[in-house]
Design a binder for this molecule. Structure first.
Ligand code: BTN
Length: 235
């Protein structure tokens, strides 16, 4: 399936635009909003995503026929595809990890994040918007988790080239997912998981990162008991 890319120089947020246009029927499955700059970029947990020129900002609209509770799997799929795309362009020495739920880390610093939004109608998932920001040329300094960018690791690529590489990897994984489910994504995600089997703190709870289950929950072992965590932040 081909992707249709709608390219803006500057907009408020590609996610806001995609939500609005898909909501009013102006965007269909596999359409992408790309912007060179955003002036109201949004991150997870109501944080801002500072979006100067030179980095990649886009939102992909999908209309999969899956149950509503499975929508978050698509953000794991997208970050796994992004890791594969970035792996192709970075020097072999770069360490690529995925930090739960869906941050891309390069040499243990954040280089990309995903904001997944959706429209649900009763039991039906009308559409999903997968918004991705990748630090290509620059990264913010005053952030909770130290950040980096692709250029700092020795790779220069334009936003469009990186988007195209991503879309190729994404489509391959997406078709596999629609046919066979979450298994392949889960395996790729786990093979790159940050601090897997180590002690982490999630939502202020300290424990051992024991598992990443079949729908993407993080399983934390706390004082000998297992806790299932479906959203939050690893610090
Ligand atoms: C995060 O908090 O890690 C998620 C960041 C997601 C940022 C991207 S940039 C493109 C898209 N448009 C937005 O406003 N946000 C997402």
């Amino acid at each position: 399936m081909n992707f249709n890319i709608i390219h803006f120089d500057k907009i408020d947020s590609t996610n806001s635009k995609a939500m609005e246009m898909a909501g009013s029927g102006q965007l269909q499955d596999h359409e992408v909003i790309l912007a060179d700059e955003q002036n109201q970029g949004r991150g997870r947990l109501d944080r801002a995503w500072v979006s100067p020129k030179g980095n990649l900002y886009f939102s992909l609209v999908l209309k999969p026929k899956i149950a509503v509770f499975r929508a978050p799997e698509l953000s794991f799929l997208a970050i796994a595809a992004l890791a594969q795309a970035v792996e192709e362009i970075l020097p072999k020495s770069a360490k690529i990890n995925l930090k739960w739920p869906n941050d891309l880390l390069l040499d243990e610093k954040k280089a990309a994040g995903i904001l997944l939004e959706s429209k649900v109608n009763g039991q039906n998932l009308e559409f999903v918007v997968i918004g991705i920001g990748v630090n290509i040329l620059s990264n913010p300094d005053n952030v909770l988790f130290t950040a980096t960018n692709l250029k700092a690791l020795g790779s220069e690529i334009s936003n469009i080239e990186l988007l195209q590489k991503f879309l190729v990897k994404f489509e391959d994984l997406y078709q596999n997912y629609l046919e066979f489910g979450f298994k392949k994504v889960r395996n790729i995600w786990l093979s790159k998981a940050f601090k897997f089997k180590e002690e982490i703190t999630v939502n202020q709870i300290k424990g051992i990162f024991i598992d990443f289950d079949e729908v993407g929950n993080l399983i934390l072992q706390v004082d000998g008991e297992l806790r299932k965590i479906s959203s939050g932040d690893v610090s």
